[in-house]
Design a binder for this molecule. Sequence first.
Ligand SMILES: NC(=O)c1ccc[n+]([C@@H]2O[C@H](COP(=O)([O-])OP(=O)(O)OC[C@H]3O[C@@H](n4cnc5c(N)ncnc54)[C@H](O)[C@@H]3O)[C@@H](O)[C@H]2O)c1
Length: 250
Amino acid sequence: MRFKDKVAFITGGGRGIGETYARALAAEGAAVVLAEIDLPAAQSVAVSIAESGARAMAVHCDVADENSVDAAVAQAVARFGGIDILINNAAKHLMEFAGKPTELSRAKWRLMLDVNVIGIVNCSAACRPSMRARGGGVIINQSSIAGFDPTTPYGISKLAVRGLVVALAREFAADQIRVYGIAPGPVDSPSAMADLPPALLDEFINRLQLIKRQGRMADLVGAVLFFCSSEASFITGETLTIGGGYPLKI
Ligand SMILES: NC(=O)c1ccc[n+]([C@@H]2O[C@H](COP(=O)([O-])OP(=O)(O)OC[C@H]3O[C@@H](n4cnc5c(N)ncnc54)[C@H](O)[C@@H]3O)[C@@H](O)[C@H]2O)c1
């Protein structure tokens, strides 16, 4: 129960990786806020977490809309008294955004950048005052290994997410707010498993990864709990790849 006095605001917490992070933090005592554009999905996760005895709330939030983010953060602060942990997980992703840069419509480019990049700026700015008032906090940005070889619109957005890890770490350090990135390879969220072509998954598992098995959402949880804990108190501005050994970097 190492997070029993903490409040975590998780964007895109209504399914997949965001839901997995919320359940893991709640199991360690945190109150969790599931900030979602899909409110019914977030409500059903909140009910399920509350049934396990933890504190959870669902709130409507479009991370791309500054006013929506401010209202969601205000609701979370009113309910739980503040925010200590922000997980910027919501994103436009999957094959729709994995083609050639000039072949994606400009409207879809703008929407994706608004959600994946500006969304992180909106949520980080909105949570900062509460974190500062509570003596500090932790922000985790969900990047991707696609951000290390960014040949697609999605990869370019996730490269920007890595940049925001460093930029926000510098900007928020004075408020004792630490900032991290997590860059997974393909993991078994229901949306990824439904959308990623089997040949692409096979390429990752059998050719690109050193550890030759499908990545799981559970493989990401240990890093999140570590970054949120005091054991990471002398680390900030770092992005950790979790991809079975791909991509290897020196
Ligand atoms: N699944 C993978 O293999 C994988 C790999 C690398 C990185 N990632 C990243 O991990 C994160 C989660 O992935 P996932 O597979 O769980 O995704 P998902 O699509 O299953 O879930 C994303 C959630 O975000 C919500 N969302 C979308 N737009 C939003 C908005 N504007 N405001 C608020 N909420 C919004 C959706 O409603 C959804 O519940 C994403 O950032 C993704 O890019 C995923």
